[in-house]
Design a protein around this ligand. Structure first.
Ligand SMILES: Cc1ncc(COP(=O)(O)O)c(C=O)c1O
Length: 413
């Protein structure tokens, strides 16, 4: 059995010289490799550090603590974790998640599968139906070339099953593609909307020689991240449907080890309640797919994570004040190109009343209230929703508790 990831391919990233491609990083780093820099562990943000704003950083201690906290939680609750790789798209971060016990990476697209495969990732959950013929041909060749490579994707229609089957047949695929039937929710995203459709799709998979029915999948946050009683009731009732599907389809599964997968970073406690404790004659692997626990945040997941008292925010963006055009207003070098804005605006650290009221492409508007800043001051911001911060930064320095660079994380979006 091959390793869950090609550690040498990940390590090789640290040997690629840095240059102007990586915004925010000091020009004095150009021509040097991450490996060489981390050996010297320079400071980044102090006077003379050389960072230019805005710059995004990860905090080493918080990352390590979050990894350990989530891994322990999963062990305690008897669930596996296939963290969503779309959050960071960083092989070096996935390597740590796998080291901490993750069983696979989750991805959303075939291009993301290809990126992680380029780093030898052995086990992949593709949380989508795959009907693109070119993608299916590539996947069939990849599966047939590497007996250790496992991928499970989702199906939610008979038409999808037929398209997959005919393309894989025409491609001469040898290994069947593993699939989970996806259970959806009314008003949600993908997924069969009722038990009859779930069963019909499952039967179509079981009848296909090119597909193997291995489990049931769902995503409980398709309607949002609400924690109010109504929202939680919807999530519970939805997960009861997922559980019922696993039990109902037991005779159809084409594997001894059935997959039941759900769970983003908000309701994974409810998922663990709903999708564990199976009948003794069934071997079910419950797989969570949380991605945002790793860096956590100061917004959405700070409010909604079941581990909000244990996880620490590990992703920050620093920006400089470039203008104080009105008494109550500071404008900073950080905009929608640099930081997430889909859930909440970034939150400044170290102030009592200052808050961001607007972002342009390249500017942030900070209403100061009782606080004060000068042109030239640096401000540290917490973020809300890590997925839409990572995608804006191709290289992210990791800082230790002293502000020294201990690693550089390359992302691939
Ligand atoms: C299908 C699916 N699974 C898992 C996740 C991970 O959830 P989170 O981003 O809250 O960690 C997502 C996120 O969008 C998702 O769409």
């Amino acid at each position: 059995m091959t390793a869950p990831l090609n550690a040498a391919a990940v390590a090789a990233l640290a040997l690629e010289p840095l240059d102007w491609r990586f915004k925010g990083l000091p020009a004095s780093w150009w021509g040097r490799t991450p490996a060489d820099l981390c050996e010297a562990s320079p400071r980044l943000l102090d006077d003379g550090g050389g960072a230019v704003g805005p710059v995004c950083v990860l905090l080493a201690d918080a990352l390590a603590a979050n990894l350990a906290t989530m891994a322990q939680w999963c062990r305690d609750r008897g669930v596996k974790l296939a963290p969503h790789g779309k959050t960071h798209m960083a092989p070096a971060l996935l390597a740590r998640q796998l080291d901490a016990g993750a069983c696979a990476v989750t991805v959303a697209t075939i291009s993301q599968v290809r990126i992680f495969r380029a780093f030898g990732v052995r086990d992949v959950v593709l949380a989508n139906e795959l009907v693109d013929p070119a993608a299916l041909r590539w996947l069939a060749a990849e599966l047939d070339a590497d007996a250790d490579f496992t991928l499970v994707c989702w199906v939610d229609s008979v038409r999808g099953v037929e398209l997959m089957t005919s393309t894989l047949t025409a491609a001469g695929a040898v290994r069947p593609v593993d699939v989970c039937v996806e259970v959806g929710m009314a008003g949600g995203r993908t997924g069969c909307r009722d038990a009859d459709s779930v069963d019909e799709v499952a039967r179509a998979v079981a009848a296909s020689a090119r597909l193997r029915l291995v489990g049931v999948a769902g995503y409980e946050a398709a309607l949002g991240h609400g924690l109010g009683p109504d929202a939680v009731a919807v999530v519970r009732s939805y997960l009861a449907d997922v559980r019922a599907a696993v039990l109902r389809l037991a005779p159809l599964f084409e594997t001894e080890s059935i997959i039941a997968t759900a769970g983003g970073s908000t309701h994974f406690d409810i998922v663990a309640d709903a999708l564990t404790e199976w009948p003794a004659d069934m071997c079910v692997r419950t797989i969570l797919r949380s991605g945002c626990y790793l860096t956590h945040d100061d917004g959405l997941y700070h409010r909604t994570s079941p581990l909000r008292d244990g996880l620490r925010s590990a992703l920050r963006v620093w920006a400089q004040v470039v203008s104080r055009p009105e008494p109550d207003l500071a404008v900073l070098t950080m905009g929608r190109r640099d930081v997430s804005f889909d859930q909440d605006l970034p939150m400044p650290y170290g102030f009592t009343s200052a808050h961001v009221v607007k972002l342009n492409d390249q500017h942030a508007y900070l209403r100061l209230g009782d606080d004060d800043v000068d042109v030239g001051d640096w401000v540290e911001f917490g973020i809300s929703h890590p997925c839409t911060v990572f995608d804006k930064w191709p290289m992210i320095p990791v800082l230790d508790g002293d502000g020294r660079v201990v690693e550089l994380i390359r992302t691939f979006f």
